[in-house]
Write a protein that binds this ligand. Sequence first.
Ligand code: PHE
Length: 452
Amino acid sequence: MAENRSGFSSSFGAIMAAAGSAIGLGNIWRFPYICGKYGGGAAIIVYLLFVFLIGMVLLMSELVIGRRTGHTPMRAYEELRPKHRNWRYVGLLGLITSFLILCIYFVISGWTLNYFWESVSGTLASIADGDFATHFAAFASSPVAPVVCLVIFAALTLVIILGGVQNGIEKVSKILMPILLVLVVLLCVRSLTLPGASKGLAYLFSPDFSQLTTEGVLAILGQALFSLSVGMGVMIVYGSYIPKGDGLFKSAMWITVCDTAIAILAGVAIFPAVFAFDQSPDGGPGLVFNVLPVVFNSMGNVGSIVFGGAFFLLLAVAALTSAISLLEALTAWGADYGKSRKRSAIILSVVLVLVAVVASFSFDGGILNDNKLAGISFFDWLDKLTGSYLPPICALLTIIFFGWFMKKDDIHDELSNHGVLKISWFKVFYHILVRFVAPAALIVSLVAGIFT
Ligand code: PHE
């Protein structure tokens, strides 16, 4: 264990911080949409299977690697396999992935800040229903406003990281996560009490197995991994901060349950309202910036300000705690190699903002949108790489390392807290899920992803 390295001070703080990482934009704008599109309840059943049998297994493996070594990914791999130093490149790939995700996150989170402001200041309330798509396109492609917003968001993230692991990340997560829960419950209550809400619930929950296509199953698996923030090594870093006495199974279970619960609540907050106002269900930026503002406006001026404001605040909070974990993973990496945390965090933020600005300029209609590589803009490249390819590749390599190269006794020792906890499930976990089920599922999804 590295000396003088601070970690989370309590189990609750550790779970809030890790759940904060897991609960992000993906829970709110992708999960409900994927469920609705691929068979409602049928998709939810598959999601639950994936998230608990594969996602949580990966989450536990990252937490074990992190807490066992007390290091960030590259050094953790080196320490666990000193004679096979090439494994550290898996750690490096994870960090590169985190960097790229954070660039996209900065851009999109900036948009949510802008929409939060436009909701509470009444600007959105004055826009006609048919004009939201144009409004969003004009905003996102402009060279100034999105940049100002992303710089503000990046600065917020940086300030929290500069506060440190306990006084920054842990403290802020303990405050923000309950706020997030209150916001999502408030929006659920509003949505469920609208006339016609039941159509949205049916869309989200009633099972239709005929919609559950191969493409759908793959999208659900990708979402389960992305949603738990696994594959990039972020959870290795957070694992290294978890107090030694905590049971890692219990921590992983709490993180997974919180993440899944918020995703389902987000669906309940969104789709009944979307259907109640006769809008068509969608996912991603289209849902958040074009469809939902129409829904909030239909609730009248006050509705638009209060519920629109609450919704965009919810998105910004969810995005912030995820961004914090990504910046922390990168900052801690520098610190693990003896660099000052403060300097690393500042330099990284500057570089991240510069790349994010280029990404923002290359978004549809932006000043760099015409500069394409293989017909794809820089923004879309980032989105593609971080959404579909890099996380499953990193996740596969991580689980192969964990199941086939790390010492089984070390894993048992860490999960049982040196024999203190009874872990009767270990055999099934290790010999079936870790070594076979999780790698097989990831290989199938990668191969299918390449060939379809
Ligand atoms: N889990 C986050 C989401 O659902 C995304 C994320 C991925 C955050 C990786 C941190 C690390 O949006």
